[in-house]
Every structure is written in C-alpha cells, then in structure tokens.
Design a protein around this ligand. Structure first.
Ligand SMILES: [Zn+2]
Length: 242
C-alpha cells in the first residue's frame, strides 16, 4: 500500500496547501490516503499539521508518520470509511518554516564541510522555531561559528535557485564527495535518488524533504547555541532571522 507523495513532485509542490484524496485504509485513529500533501516525520524534518475534511466533518491531523504508507493520526474519534473522498489542508505557516529551515540546513552543512576540513553532518532536526545539526569531528569555537554564520548569510544574499532532480548514485558521486552528501552511508540497493540542488551545483544532496524555491526566502540564520557530548558529535542550534 503506497501513498503518493504530492509534496515531493517538484520544488513548487512544497508550496501547495490543499489536496483531495481517497481513504484507502483505517487503523485505529490513523488513516491512509491514496495521496497526500502531509509530510511525514523523516530526514530530520518534523511532520506537517493540518486538517482532513470528510463526508462527516473536519478532523485535525496531529501526527504524520510512515515511509511508503503514510499514516495520518486524527485527534478525535471520526466517521470515515474506506473509499471516502476527503480534502486535506496543511498548516502552511508551519510547513513554510520547515522549508526554510531545511534548505538552511543544506547550506550550513555544505558550507561547514568546505570551511572546516570536510566536517560531516551526522544528524539534523528541523523544527519551526529552531533547528539543530550534529557535526563530527569538530569542536566549534565562537569565532568558527560566527565565520560559518556569515558565510551562510552571504550565500543567502546571492539568491540562488533551488531545484530537484532524479539522479543515480554514480551521478551524485561524480559531482560531490560521498562524505559531503553522506552517500557512503546509504544502503547499496538504493540507486535512484531525488536530489536537491542549490544554484549551479553549489550544493547538492539526496533529500526527500520540502525546500524553498530560492535561498533568498530564508533571509538569514543565526546560531544560538552549541553543545558537545564528550567525544561525540557537536550539536549546533540555529534560528531564522527576519
Ligand atoms: Zn535534506
């Protein structure tokens, strides 16, 4: 049972707020649709919120999870049957914050790799108010973070376009080092990937998240904290500036 991911059809599709779909499965308080704009938790990006309107009224979606089959968790009890036509609306303010945060994460990770001797991004968490990236191996000083922050903000000023495409493992690896894209961590059976590119291959990363169409929409970022766990990764936290 596969859910068609409408938000992933193009960069522009991430800006859509409304869709219609058919209910194809119901499990407890979770429903599965044949297609959806709701982004499920994944790739570090948090899920979308919103509502689904069915024949018996409107229901709030409070959690969205899944990879091939996407489960929308409904807040209250609901009356729906398999085969019902529904319309869905996502909370676009939340989604748009995630889009800006996620494209910003790609910029920060790519620029950090270039600036600091191939430092790797080993984790990330994209939220609306603040987001986190885990780097390894590195010990950022305040000056290093300020240097990274201004390099990222200078790049944002260039107003580069963000595009998506399908590429093979070999194509990706011929453009970017595997350590920068984390391609070396990808299971070997995966060969075709959706790739998000910033500018003319200034950054390129396999990703199934939602992104802005131009990095100028991010406006700017500010690092608001760093934390390290012993010899483990160093976590930096950033927010968006207006
Ligand atoms: Zn991504």
């Amino acid at each position: 049972m596969m859910t068609k991911k409408l938000y992933l059809e193009s960069i522009e599709a991430a800006y859509l707020e409304e869709f219609t779909a058919e209910v194809i499965a119901i499990e407890d308080n979770k429903i599965v649709l044949d297609q959806t704009l709701f982004y499920p938790l994944g790739g570090g990006q948090n899920w979308d919120l919103g509502s689904i309107d069915g024949p018996n009224g409107k229901m709030n979606v409070i959690e969205v999870r899944g990879r091939d089959t996407i489960h929308h968790t409904i807040e209250d009890t609901f009356e729906l049957e398999i085969g019902d036509e529904v319309s869905g609306t996502i909370d676009f303010e939340r989604r748009y914050a995630h889009m800006k945060m996620h494209t910003a994460q790609h910029l920060v990770s790519g620029i950090a790799y270039e600036m600091f001797d191939g430092v790797r991004t080993v984790g990330n968490q994209i939220h609306t108010e603040k987001s986190r990236i885990d780097f390894k191996p590195i010990q950022f000083t305040e000056d290093m973070l300020l240097e990274l922050q201004s390099a990222v903000n200078d790049k944002i000023q260039l107003g580069l376009e963000v595009t998506d495409s399908q590429m093979t493992r070999d194509e990706i690896n011929s453009i970017m080092p595997q350590e920068r894209t984390n391609m070396d961590l990808l299971p070997s059976f995966i060969n075709d990937l959706r790739v998000v590119t910033i500018g003319d291959k200034q950054d390129l990363c396999p990703c199934a998240g939602t992104h802005v169409r131009n990095i100028s929409e991010i406006k700017g970022i500010e690092f608001i904290g760093k934390k390290s766990k012993g010899k483990g990764p160093q976590r930096v936290t950033y927010e968006l500036i207006e």
